[in-house]
Design a protein around this ligand. Structure first.
Ligand code: ADP
Ligand code: ZN
Length: 294
């Protein structure tokens, strides 16, 4: 089978073709510009490639409920031109194949559950720590939407006692994203996160906030695996520090081997190594194709 996949990020689009085993056979990437031109670029890629289904994992917020008028639209994003854009409808008018649609982070969670770090498990939570913080939830075989879709990047966290930074979320100031996303690191320390030395205090704060978020996810959803991805997680010292904070926050309350000696295998980096989003979009396409077969 040939399945198309679009990882539609706020910074860049990645389009690819893969198969039902999750192998990506070909892909291209281009910057995210205005919606008409960007989606036309994606459509041009697929026109000659005979996809039997397509999956789209999109930056949000997006409409994910098929029975609502905003289904398939990018909704209240500050990204110029995209708010109110009918992404899914534009694709459907061009291609007569089943098209799967979800948030980029839900797609990444599905990708990891299909072929990555959570493969074979019934649930996982995927947290991306990049330009923003996003949380995708795969639960009992389904991607969680609920009222709209989870917005776990904006959960509220307790402040570190030594932290005077106000946070940069335009809505909440010091929510998780406002304190711990890549741009927050940069605003706080006046340099890009990638150049901060591994022993810098920045990572103590970073682990403090992300460790709370992970502990809260465990307490709220009890997933079978928590996966941390995104640019900021490329700091190799960070993951062990986050696990320590998770241990400290839970303080032995939740009794599971996975949260004790098994923690290193429970809070993990993505198994798909930079391809979680695109593989997840592929998995969305595959699901759409299977649904269309009845
Ligand atoms: P996006 O979230 O836009 O899809 P990324 O997941 O790559 O993209 O995240 C980009 C953010 O991650 C930027 O804020 C960047 O400064 C930060 N970042 C990228 N690499 C590193 C690194 N090695 N260490 C810390 N921060 C990084
Ligand atoms: Zn916020």
């Amino acid at each position: 089978m040939r399945i198309g996949a679009i990882e539609a990020g706020g910074t860049k689009f990645v389009c690819g073709i893969g198969n039902e085993d999750g192998d990506i056979l070909d892909s291209i990437s281009f910057p995210t510009g205005d919606p008409e031109r960007t989606v036309e670029q994606a459509m041009a890629y697929f026109r000659s490639r005979d996809a039997e289904a397509i999956g789209i994992g999109s930056f949000g917020p997006i409409g994910v409920h098929p029975d609502r008028p905003d289904y398939g639209f990018v909704t209240a994003t500050p990204k110029t031109g995209w708010s109110g854009f009918d992404f899914l409808g534009t694709m459907k008018r061009e291609f007569g194949v089943p098209i799967g649609w979800d948030t980029d982070v839900n797609a990444a969670a599905l990708g990891e559950a299909s072929w990555g770090a959570a493969s074979g498990l019934g649930s996982c939570v995927y947290i991306t720590v990049g330009t923003g913080i996003g949380v995708g939830v795969y639960y009992e075989g389904r991607l969680v939407h609920g009222l709209l879709h989870p917005e776990g990047g904006h959960v509220l966290t307790r402040r570190h006692p030594k932290d005077g930074f106000r946070g940069i979320c335009p809505f909440h100031g010091d929510c998780l994203e406002g304190m711990a996303a890549g741009p927050a690191l940069e605003a706080r320390w006046q340099v890009k996160g990638s150049v901060l030395p591994s022993e810098h205090e920045a990572w103590t704060f970073e682990a403090f906030y992300l460790g709370q978020a992970v502990a809260n996810v465990i307490l709220m959803l009890s997933p079978a695996k928590v996966i941390l991805g995104g640019g900021v997680m490329q700091q190799p010292q960070l993951l062990p520090m986050i696990r320590e904070e998770v241990r400290r926050n839970l303080n032995g309350y939740v009794k599971a081997d996975e949260l004790a000696e098994g923690l290193d295998a429970y809070v993990v980096l993505p198994g798909l190594d930079g391809r979680s989003g695109l593989s997840g979009a592929l998995a969305l396409g595959l699901r759409a194709w299977r649904d269309s077969q009845g």
